[in-house]
Design a protein. Sequence first.
Length: 485
Amino acid sequence: MTALPEVRLWVGEKKLPTGSGGVFDHVNPATGQVQAQIPLAGSAEVADAVEAAAEAFKVWRGMRPDQRRDLLLRLGELIREKQPELTRIAALENGTPVIGGPHYVKLAVNWLTYYAGWADKLQGTVTGSFVQGTDFTYSQPEPYGVIGAIITWNVPLASLCMKVVPALAAGNTVVIKPSELTPFTAEMFARLAEEAGIPAGVITVVPGTADAGQALVAHPKVQKISFTGGPATARKILATCAEHLKPSVMELGGKSANIIFADADLDKASAEAIRMGLSALSGQACILGSRVLVQDSVYDEVVAKLVAAAESLPIGDPSNPGVLFGPVINTAARDRILSLVDEARADGSGRLVTGGNPIRGELAAGSFVEPTIFADVDPGSSLAQNEVFGPVISVSRFSTDEEAVEIANSTDFGLAAYIHSRDVTRVHAVADRLEAGTVYVNGAAVVQPWSPFGGQGESGFGREGGYQGIAEFIRPKTVAIAPLR
């Protein structure tokens, strides 16, 4: 059995065994058993971490870009080497099945190495004067300084590499506030960063609750915030950012539509709808296509395929290599999800065709929810409009391309959308009209580092991925030089 790393507060050169935020009993989501006590940062430790990061910024910014690049690439190598251990830790930490763990480690390393490569490729511009010989003007990219990164618990390693590494590559230092639910991955990240030779204070890690996050956002030396989480928490963060005139990047929730046209490969489309609707991370990902829209003529056939696929998922302890579907993050999440399912049953939002219950028997002590599908769902219902963040998908029917687009665009979210069709003309036409940050077609890979990722509306603003992802952490300075006469 993998021993979980002992969590510390990383504050500059200090590794503190306790914090003023108290202690959190970390529970294994698969067993319901307390497996560690986590020290939590309070406002005092957060303030010290920011001061350490501000001091380290002087050193980190002054390094040659190729030196920063090489240190980050070394961190990527170490993470890759620790893949088996990180995979096992994730299973214990948030219930990610070990069969999928290597994928998430590889995804994280891909993001890390992509942005490490940007460190020595950022460029400024030289602009001409309208009057010859009057001045010489150039702009140069500069880091902000200290960045506050508030990390999600569902894919913590990937989230770290998506947020922290582009900020570091651009020359910033970062104070990381991981969730108290997933502190072990952040602990490993800090240890490996130290082993890679990244100077103390460049990365500080202060696990904590919302109070620690609030202290981080409000600190005057934190120049920008990058947050992944829900819209309700985002609004609180944005209110504090507005008070301090502080910019931010917000990667928030989603209620993504997965549109299956009659000409699609129905077997593949149905399998993908389950995988990217409720199976991956037990439905706990903002990008998942939790609204499945199916064309009339194949509706009944697809619903039957969805039910068969959901009911055949291997469910169990995520540390078992044969398991594809693990628990949700904790009992509070389980109870919230089941309450939303009960509400949908009661208000007639749709017809429950499979699932809808906690998993009993030998898994009863864990935070397990059956893969759940509602068919014939009213697109305007609460079930179809609001994020469940669990293994629940709604299935609705449509007739025309126009109706599919109208239903897909009918929520307040705009993170992603999915299309399944063999008609390339239709695919481009529908993708153009979908109000989403990213559109995935016929099972295309999701969240790749070289492409911008982000949403609109309730799904947030700003981008992670591509040049846009590192541009979030630089600001241009213009220098105009007049000739001496």
